[in-house]
Design a protein around this ligand. Structure first.
Ligand SMILES: [Zn+2]
Length: 288
């Protein structure tokens, strides 16, 4: 993605991995082959690989630079987590991208996580002398309190995803670097949260406002442009698929045919785009 400018704020991307990934029939329980084929045929070539029948899915972190702060939104899968294939991505691209963005770990003021899944909070921590410690020593990490508490409870109940909480989330709180906030939290006049629950218990989008312009990091509120054509298609990874669909539709309605720039974590380059209304459906239009 090329650099985006929103008033006084710039936004760039650090990519951890990209390329063909999942087949839509494995991702969406409501998948319909005929419907999907019709939509995909009319979409930009970046979003689907016909040869493999796989959706093109990127894993990335957004770097938001405001006049006051350097902020990371979502931190991919990270390093040394011991995740089995295919989630054991090579660590070099993210570290190279971080460096290419002109950043050192100590430069980061805030880390926002749209939600606390494996691929959105990985670089929150690094392994040092056998312990998970915050990667960004001076940063405050903003987690929606109820999202944090939901994963804390899941970990206690023996949910296999508890390892993500133990490695990436709890050590931040223990280090005193977490801000556990309401899911409509406002950092300042530039950055705030909008609750979009469903994909995870308390998933939030991150708004960036400056000089009358708005961009929104939409996290996993949608994973693929197909979900703009079929907003009711939630994924196999959603905690509450119905609520996810409701959040998605109402968000898409709220930004359709406006100048709001959408930044979905998993959309391939050029990533950023606008939403266009089309009756009860929507189009995703890349910003080129
Ligand atoms: Zn994700």
């Amino acid at each position: 993605m090329r650099e985006i400018r929103i008033g006084d704020v710039t936004i760039t991307s650090i990519v951890e991995r990209d390329g063909p990934w999942r087949k839509p029939q494995d991702m969406f329980p409501d998948y319909d082959a005929e419907v999907a084929a019709r939509h995909l045929a009319a979409m930009d070539p970046e979003v689907f690989d016909p040869a493999s029948g796989r959706m093109v899915i990127t894993y990335q972190t957004f770097v938001v630079r405001t006049p006051h702060h350097t902020i990371l939104v979502d931190t991919c899968t990270g390093e040394d987590k011991g995740f089995p294939a295919p989630m054991d991505f090579d660590k070099t691209p993210w570290l190279d991208g971080f460096k290419a963005a002109g950043l050192r770990f100590e430069d980061v003021d805030y880390v926002f996580c749209t939600h606390l899944h494996i691929d959105h909070c990985g670089w929150n921590t690094v392994l040092r002398d056998g312990r998970w410690v915050p990667t960004f020593p001076k940063a405050k990490y903003v987690f929606a309190r109820k999202e944090y508490e939901a994963w804390e409870a899941a970990e206690k109940a023996g949910d296999p995803r508890g390892n993500v909480f133990r490695m990436n989330c709890r050590p931040i709180v223990e280090a005193g670097q977490a801000l556990l906030v309401d899911d409509d939290y406002t950092l300042d006049d530039l950055v705030s949260l909008t609750p979009t629950p469903g994909h995870s218990p308390h998933h939030c989008c991150v708004n960036i406002f400056s000089r009358g312009q708005r961009a929104v990091v939409t996290g996993d509120m949608m994973h693929h442009a197909l979900q703009c054509r079929e907003p009711d298609w939630s994924t196999v990874f959603c905690t509450d698929p119905r609520q996810a669909a409701k959040s998605r539709r109402s968000f898409l309605e709220s930004v359709a045919d406006t100048d709001t720039i959408i930044l979905p974590i998993h959309f391939p380059s050029p990533t950023a785009g606008r939403i266009e209304a089309d009756g009860a459906r929507f189009h995703y239009r890349f910003r080129r």
